[in-house]
Design a protein around this ligand. Sequence first.
Ligand code: SAH
Length: 464
Amino acid sequence: MKHFPIFLSVQDKRIVVSGGGDAAVAKLRLLLKTEARIVVYAIDASAEIQDWAVQGRLTLIRRPLEAGDVAGAALLYAADEDDLLDAHVAWLGQEAGVLVNVVDNLEASGFITPAIVDRDPVTIAIGTEGAAPVLARAIKADLEQRLPQSTGVLARLGRAFRPLAEQLPKGRARRAFWSDYYFRAGPLALEQGQEALAPALETLLSDHLAAGKRPGHVDLVGAGPGDPELLTLKARRVLHEADVVIHDRLVSTEILELARREAVIIEAGKTGFGPSMPQDQINALMVEHASTGAHVVRLKAGDPTVFGRLDEELDALTEAGIAWRIVPGITAASAAVAQIGQSLTKRGRNGAVRFLTGHDIKGFAEHDWRTLARTGEVAAIYMGKRSARFLQGRLMMHGADPLTQISIVENASRADSRVVATTLADLPTALEGVDGPAVLLLGLAPRAALQTVSEIFQAKELAL
Ligand code: SAH
């Protein structure tokens, strides 16, 4: 991030614009939405600027900007659309220690003006650091459409009501009240007109005060294989609502960013190997937080019901009398098989598929090797890297063909994912250098004509 977004206090401060043409007008349209005092320096000012001056919305001074004019200003815009003049104005500003924006000149600017969606006091600023103005405009258009004009009205009354809402205990109860207001009761009341809003807020507050302290609960949520787009809508929502998020180490940072900024985020480092938090401690953490009334999300990689020690967690919660709910997710095997363009089952090949773990609490896991060794069998092997030699030995011992196809899918669905196509005979060698989490797809080779979207794009670019 080369530019840090902030909201600058400009009420009653002076903002200076040098220039009277189109560039100045475009900036002034935005600046006039603020409560700043706007001063424009221009010998030739467009009719629009002159009108604004007549209406008293800005002060127009019909001469070029001079050294003494910018001292103490909050911001300065160099909008003369003339490189030399703009550079001079920028220099005057810098000398006076004022933040300067040179219109359409990123390098010369100390700040840039974002695209803005205005539902005052709700303001959304969109920036692309000058990289993609078209994208910024598209995002703005999208948000304009999505945010009803009433957002501003709701927020204005909400602001006035904040001191009253302090009767509710801080934290979860207060948040529940506000979210009820903004997403349900507020919009509903507005349908009857703005006058209905204040009484509706009062009723809502007394309802929430009466509801008292709600008990906490735990959502055991599948975070999917890594790509945030593979989260379910429900997972996304509960993640956004959670007070506390206890996550496995495999859960990607992009997904954790979907939690509220105020949420307590705890890593219960559970990878197959390496340092990890004992299960008892994870259970105790969930119980401890939920007992204080918190909404806890226990975020687990993939699907929580697949090799996730889910039952131990559910038992602990049940024993402590804490309500829970399971939110399923996309398991690594589904993401892995999608990546090689195959399906887990296929008519005439395999009518069953097994999900195996390479190791369990007792060490390398034993399975029905005789069945697995048969031609056409398909299995998704989780946590199979360390046990590769053991798996290979057991399968060969039970008569598996050494040329049985295996696809190793590392970091499935993530940007750094990798597929290694190998055979049972070569499995241990093929796994060398596979450091990320990987699923071994026994009995499946990547589809021969597999083309990824990026390969198709690349091919198209080359052809152009
Ligand atoms: N509950 C998870 C599995 C947890 S066990 C699920 O449903 O996916 C951890 C194992 O899952 C890892 O050792 C690896 O075998 C597999 N795994 C998890 N995420 C993966 C990913 N993005 N790509 C490949 N394998 C993954």
